[in-house]
Design a protein around this ligand. Structure first.
Ligand code: DHB
Ligand code: MG
Length: 217
């Protein structure tokens, strides 16, 4: 159900509602809790996914029966753990992180959560690392949550290397409210939307900052 104002973007959520639904549907075990609180504890930017966004990512990866996944933008490993939870024991996630200090923190959090065996943190920018990871294609899903200027390149990677029926998922698709601006970043994020829509059956889920989800045609 929606009405004119909620369809136009007005939110019914507030901190109590968010806390309630996060607790009922997306509760953290110790591994998730450790990674979620890590940015604040370890001096990294606290720009990880929200709890319910993380659970949505986990459910989408599980739904498509993914075994091989690529993530661009690891930060402290919260979303990587969400993805890893959805993989079978012989599944694999390659997660790309440009900041070596973030990568080290993420490796520790991922190991503490018990997923060190199925997650490889690749240090480098997406532009540097993805061509090497491409040797393992085709992938079942690509999750993009890194530097916004390069989203068109990451979208191109996903279009080239995700199998039919596999997923593209992109965070911050509203670009912090600046998606329609006539700026380099605005143009880059719009190019990502349009490239994704060309090769995937897509929707932009109205999460707080928008999340593109698409199935490869
Ligand atoms: C920023 C990046 C993100 O991916 C996000 O979800 C929120 C903020 C940032 O760079 O500020
Ligand atoms: Mg993000």
């Amino acid at each position: 159900m929606a009405d004119d104002s909620s369809r136009a973007g007005k939110r019914y959520t507030d901190p109590d509602i968010i806390a309630y639904v996060d607790r009922v549907h997306a509760a953290h075990d110790s591994g998730l809790a450790g990674a979620f609180s890590s940015p604040e504890r370890d001096g990294l930017p606290a720009i990880q996914l929200g709890v319910s966004e993380g659970k949505l990512l986990e459910i989408l990866i599980k739904l498509c029966g993914a075994k091989k996944v690529v993530e661009v933008g690891t930060l402290a490993g919260y979303s990587a753990i969400r993805i890893a939870r959805a993989l079978p024991a012989d599944g694999k996630l390659w997660t790309v992180e440009s900041d070596p200090r973030h990568a080290k923190v993420a490796e520790q959090n991922i190991a503490a959560a018990g997923f060190g065996d199925r997650v490889e943190v690749v240090v480098g920018t997406g532009v540097e690392a993805l061509p090497k990871i491409a040797a393992h294609a085709p992938f079942d899903a690509v999750f993009i949550d890194a530097d916004k200027e390069s989203y068109p390149i990451y979208g191109e990677f996903a279009a080239a290397h995700v199998r039919r029926g596999g997923l593209i998922i992109g965070d911050n698709a509203y670009l912090f409210g600046n998606l329609c601006d006539d700026t380099e970043r605005g143009r880059a994020m719009r190019a990502f939307h349009e490239r994704a829509a060309e090769s995937f059956d897509t929707v932009c889920v109205p999460t707080p900052d928008g999340m593109v989800v698409g199935i490869r045609n």
